[in-house]
Design a protein. Structure first.
Length: 177
C-alpha cells in the first residue's frame, strides 16, 4: 500500500487516481475535524472541498519534514480559523447595523446529546485555543508527531499541552458530573 506522501507526489504529477485515493483515505476524519471546529455542516463541506482543492493546486510543496496528514490538517485548521474570523466580522457588522443579533448556539442541538457528551462538549468549549487545537487534532486520529507538524510546535510542547488538556477536562468533568 502506498503512503500518503507517495500518492501526493503522484497526484502532483497529474495522477487523478492517486488524488482520489488520498481523498478517500482522509475524507471522513478530516471532514469530522472541520465540522467539529466550525459546527456548521454547510460551512464544513465548503471548507473541506477548498482544503482538497488547495492541496491539489499545491505543486511546490515538499513533504520531507511534515507528513501529508499533518500538512492537510494544518491547511484545514487555518481555513477554519479564517472562516470563524469571517463569521465574527459578519456577525459584528450585522449587529452594529441592528439587523440581527449575534448568532447563539442552538439549544436544540445541545438537547440531542447525552449528558456526558454535553459535559465533554462544554469542557472542550472552555479550553484555551492552544489546548482546543490539540484536542481536535488528536480526536481526529493524528499522532503526537503529526499534531506537532500541523501546529508547527515541538513534540514536547504537544505532550505538555496534552497533559494540561487532560487535567483541564478532568477538572471540568468532575465539577459538572
Amino acid at each position: 500500500m502506498e503512503t500518503d506522501e507517495e500518492l501526493f507526489r503522484r497526484a502532483r504529477q497529474g495522477d487523478l487516481a492517486a488524488f482520489d485515493q488520498l481523498y478517500l483515505r482522509h475524507e471522513r476524519r478530516l471532514f469530522g475535524f472541520i465540522l467539529r471546529l466550525l459546527g456548521d455542516r454547510a460551512d464544513a463541506e465548503e471548507i473541506f472541498h477548498d482544503v482538497f482543492l488547495s492541496a491539489f493546486k499545491a505543486r511546490d510543496v515538499q513533504l520531507e519534514e511534515a507528513r501529508f496528514a499533518a500538512w492537510i490538517y494544518r491547511i484545514a485548521r487555518n481555513a477554519c480559523a479564517n472562516k470563524v474570523r469571517s463569521r465574527r466580522r459578519g456577525a459584528n457588522a450585522l449587529f452594529k447595523l441592528g439587523e440581527e443579533e449575534p448568532p447563539v448556539a442552538s439549544a436544540e442541538d445541545l438537547l440531542r446529546e447525552e449528558q456526558r457528551t454535553l459535559a465533554v462538549a462544554s469542557a472542550v468549549e472552555k479550553l484555551p485555543q492552544t489546548l482546543a487545537s490539540v484536542f481536535h487534532l488528536r480526536t481526529s486520529g493524528l499522532s503526537y508527531e503529526d499534531i506537532a507538524a500541523a501546529l508547527g510546535i515541538p513534540i514536547g510542547t504537544v505532550k505538555s499541552r496534552m497533559h494540561a488538556l487532560v487535567q483541564h477536562l478532568r477538572g471540568e468533568l468532575d465539577h459538572d458530573l
